[in-house]
Design a protein around this ligand. Structure first.
Ligand SMILES: Nc1nc2c(ncn2[C@@H]2O[C@H](COP(=O)(O)OP(=O)(O)OP(=O)(O)O)[C@@H](O)[C@H]2O)c(=O)[nH]1
Ligand SMILES: [Mg+2]
Ligand SMILES: [Zn+2]
Ligand SMILES: [Zn+2]
Length: 457
């Protein structure tokens, strides 16, 4: 373990110093006494006596102190082994607890996104950084900081309550995850597909509809997340929409979700970058959260589909709809290339993480008839045994829509690359959104079965 600003346990530092000093002192005393006798060893009978005594002090003294030292060393080693065993067991339990509960630390800050087992913890008294605050040579359950403060160093005695920061030396910013279970979800889509409108509406659903229920307590982890949300939500008033996102490497929207009957708190990481991030692979390769993401939203602006846009160009007000100009397939290809090149997905391997493919802007013109509620209902009624819910019908309607508008290749790509994906259609307008709950709840349930118990219809 790297050096910590703390005091090591007795047997791992001071004990050895004491032992060495005792051995040295004993030898010195022994030699001193022997020397005194050698000093009196003239060629007389008493002199010969002193010579004899001196020699026997050296011989028997050495044997005696050697045995005492051996006993001392053995006791120290036994004691050290017991402590070593004890802290290994507790550290093992700490690791096991975090592994079973899928707890890790992910940095939510722009461009960092590094993942760690535990963050750097800071002493509440002197703020010294303890890079490895866990059972070890500095203590089993707690350690003493250089300033004298006592710090807990396991999951069960309060470590998570300490202030924490990112261990990445070029970042070092505060991380307020409190050893919760991360749920990491990027939102994928070109500029203007509706990512920020969707993210804001999703947070609105969680905060205002899920939050007030007894089942899920909602809390922003940071002011940044809360202010961004409030700002974007306010822009929906009077029919507006959030400003274009400029940051290709955004801060995560971080939210604590405490589910009823679940001891471990969840912490949501929602990443809403500027769509430009998906226009070339150099940006996404630094989106390190793809290393540990749990699922994703892939947003489709129907007006980015050329055949459909041409059919509807006359029926819509461009300024209201802000069609996305980027080809859907190009965005998809870049995301997959990035995952294959940088994040260990093999070309012939299917991605296990669930993907919610969300058609946005369903409130425009008659889109509800194309892949929304009306379309879903008709499909459901045509074969109720196959399409058991409205969502099943909408999923099918979205697929049909892609086929009808010359997008069969992208449908094939989703099918060949993703094990678990499903289509949804939404309108993202904050409090006046339509069906935001469906993709949100589906994705959370696929990632974490505990979400199945909340907000059931
Ligand atoms: N009618 C309607 N318009 C929408 C909806 N979602 C998004 N829009 C429109 O699309 C525009 C772009 O939406 P944003 O959410 O900012 O898009 P984005 O994907 O975040 O874009 P970047 O930040 O540039 O990457 C908005 O200003 C709205 O005009 C929707 O559900 N319905
Ligand atoms: Mg945006
Ligand atoms: Zn301290
Ligand atoms: Zn960081």
């Amino acid at each position: 373990m790297e050096n910590q600003p703390a005091i090591k346990s007795y047997v791992f530092e001071k004990g050895y110093k004491d032992l060495w000093n005792t051995i040295q002192d004993s030898w010195k005393a022994n030699l001193k006494e022997a020397k005194q006798h050698f000093g009196q060893s003239e060629t007389t009978v008493t002199g010969a006596f002193h010579l004899g005594v001196g020699i026997s002090i050296i011989v028997f003294g050495s044997i005696f102190f050697g045995m005492i030292s051996l006993l001392h060393v053995s006791l120290m080693l036994i004691f050290a082994s017991i402590i070593y065993l004890a802290f290994s067991i507790i550290w093992g339990a700490d690791k096991l607890y975090r592994s079973i509960n899928k707890i890790f630390t992910a940095c939510p800050h722009p461009g960092c996104y590094h993942k760690f087992d535990i963050p750097i913890y800071h002493c509440p008294n002197c703020n010294s950084p303890h890079t490895r605050l866990h059972p070890g040579p500095y203590g089993i359950l707690s350690r003493t900081c250089k300033c004298g403060a006592n710090l807990p160093q396991t999951f069960f005695n309060g470590r998570k309550k300490l202030a924490a920061s990112c261990p990445n030396s070029t970042c070092g910013l505060p991380i307020d995850t409190k050893e919760s279970r991360p749920i990491v979800i990027p939102i994928i889509g070109a500029p203007s597909v509706g990512k920020t409108c969707f993210a804001t509406s999703l947070v609105y659903y969680m905060k205002e509809e899920l939050g007030p229920t007894e089942e899920t307590q909602f809390e922003f982890t940071s002011q940044v997340s809360s202010l961004t949300y409030e700002h974007n939500l306010a822009s929906f008033k009077n029919g507006g929409a959030p400003l274009k996102t400029v940051e290709a490497h955004p801060s995560a929207i971080n939210i604590f979700l405490q589910l009823k009957h679940q001891k471990i708190r969840r912490i949501l990481y929602l990443f809403d970058p500027a769509g430009e991030a998906y226009l070339d692979t150099s940006n996404t390769q630094t989106h390190r959260f793809y290393d540990y993401f749990h699922g994703a939203f892939f947003l489709i602006d129907p007006f980015s589909i050329p055949a459909f846009y041409h059919e509807y160009a006359e029926k819509i007000t461009i300024n209201d709809v802000k069609p996305s100009a980027e080809h859907l397939e190009d965005v998809y290809d870049r995301v997959i290339i990035n995952l294959e090149k940088n994040y260990g997905i093999k070309p012939d391997q299917k991605i296990k993480a669930p993907l919610a493919i969300v058609f946005t802007k369903v409130d425009v013109a008659d889109l509800e008839d194309k892949f929304g509620e009306t379309a879903g209902r008709i499909i459901q009624e045509s074969d109720p045994s196959k399409f058991k819910s409205l969502d099943d019908g909408i999923n099918e309607a979205c697929r049909n829509f892609l086929m009808d508008y010359e997008m069969a290749p992208i449908l094939n790509k989703f099918e060949s690359k993703f094990k678990n994906f499903r289509f949804f259609s939404v309108s993202s307008k904050g409090a006046n959104s339509v069906r935001i709950k469906a993709p949100t709840k589906w994705l959370l349930e696929q990632i974490d079965a505990s979400f199945k118990k909340i907000d059931q219809d």
